[in-house]
Design a protein around this ligand. Structure first.
Ligand SMILES: Nc1nc2c(ncn2[C@@H]2O[C@H](COP(=O)(O)OP(=O)(O)O)[C@@H](O)[C@H]2O)c(=O)[nH]1
Ligand SMILES: [Mg+2]
Length: 312
């Protein structure tokens, strides 16, 4: 396909159009992804999650700039609905991003969260693959750590970073549910605020309680992202984690698990669509539901029969 050839030849416009095709499920999206696939698997994927307003986007800006200094190209996929990368950016943020936009080695894209998060997870994966094929060395996926699906998105990264900030009230309790377990590294942003030491101790204690963390102990970094302070140490930690993953053989395992998850999700999606179209949305099914309601039949045999037919 022409668009794929252009993308592989570093056309930013083609990359942008390809992501739009995937995002809106245009007819050529599947064909694009099919042709792109052999060219993927080279980028390092960093997931960043944390509560809204923690400074994830500010931190992402800083990390991207630092990666550029180190000679790496960077793709950014932002799935934060309040992200300054989105159309609803406030002026200050927009200016901040303009900085990044003018650099050819950086490509920023926000994904709309409309529609289901399940679908979003696949679209995010596709956007990452497109940036990967385009040739970005590092791809940063930023998402708000609020729901399970968002956490799942970050889980598929090679390295997952959890951003926390002091003074969130019940500090650790507020973020404990779900997202703390996935952190390969922790960044305490807004370290210019009171409560940073306390939060640091709390995270350390929590990591102490997690017996699974023996081979890799998640480092805790402190940053003041708005001033660009502490960014280099974060990148050093990411590199250290990457080296650990490579040397321990974990990176290959993580990537295998990611592929397995992706293809399983694709299979489920395809089967669900087939059943919706050929079973659920038929007049016979309405009749079946009526008979179930009057207890003329029971659902277990109905399901057995339908699955038997589908498998034929
Ligand atoms: N005081 C302080 N403010 C920060 C820091 N980092 C970011 N901010 C501000 O926090 C607000 C939210 O940042 P943003 O990056 O959009 O957060 P996100 O929702 O996690 O992506 C913005 O006004 C930033 O300027 C920091 O280290 N210290
Ligand atoms: Mg953001």
């Amino acid at each position: 396909m022409e668009i794929v050839e252009k993308l592989l030849n570093h056309s930013r416009l083609a990359l942008s159009k390809a992501i739009t095709a995937v995002e809106n499920e245009y007819d050529d999206a599947v064909k694009i992804m099919t042709e792109i696939y052999p060219h993927t698997g080279n980028a390092y994927v960093l997931g960043i999650t944390g509560p809204p307003g923690a400074g994830k986007s500010t931190l992402t800006d800083g990390l991207a700039k630092e990666y550029r200094k180190r000679g790496k190209t960077v793709g950014i996929v932002a799935i934060d609905p309040t992200s300054p990368y989105s159309g609803g950016a406030i002026l200050g943020d927009r200016i901040r991003m303009m900085d990044l936009m003018s650099d050819e080695g950086i490509f920023v894209r926000s994904m709309a969260t409309r529609g289901s998060l399940g679908g979003l997870s696949q679209k995010t994966g596709d956007a990452v693959k497109l940036m990967d094929a385009f040739g970005m060395d590092v791809i940063i996926v930023e998402t708000v750590g609020v729901g399970q699906s968002e956490v799942d998105i970050v889980k598929t990264a090679d390295t997952s970073m959890v951003v926390v900030i002091p003074g969130m009230g019940d500090d650790i309790q507020a973020i404990k549910a779900g997202i703390l377990e996935i952190g390969d590294l922790f960044t305490i942003n807004k370290a210019d605020r009171e409560g940073t030491d306390k939060l640091n101790i709390e995270i350390e204690m929590m990591l102490e309680l997690n017996p699974e963390r023996v081979a890799w102990r998640p480092p805790i970094n402190r940053t003041i992202a708005s001033k660009g302070i502490g960014i280099e140490a974060v990148i050093d930690s990411i590199e250290a984690h990457k080296n650990y993953l490579i040397e321990s053989g974990r990176l290959a395992e993580i990537r295998r698990a990611r592929i397995k998850n992706e293809v399983t999700a694709m299979l489920n999606d395809r089967v669900n669509r087939y059943i919706d179209k050929n079973v659920v949305e038929t007049p016979e099914f309405e009749e079946t539901v009526r008979k179930l309601q009057t207890r003329e039949i029971e659902p277990y045999s109905v399901v057995d029969k339908i699955v038997g037919n589908v498998l034929k």
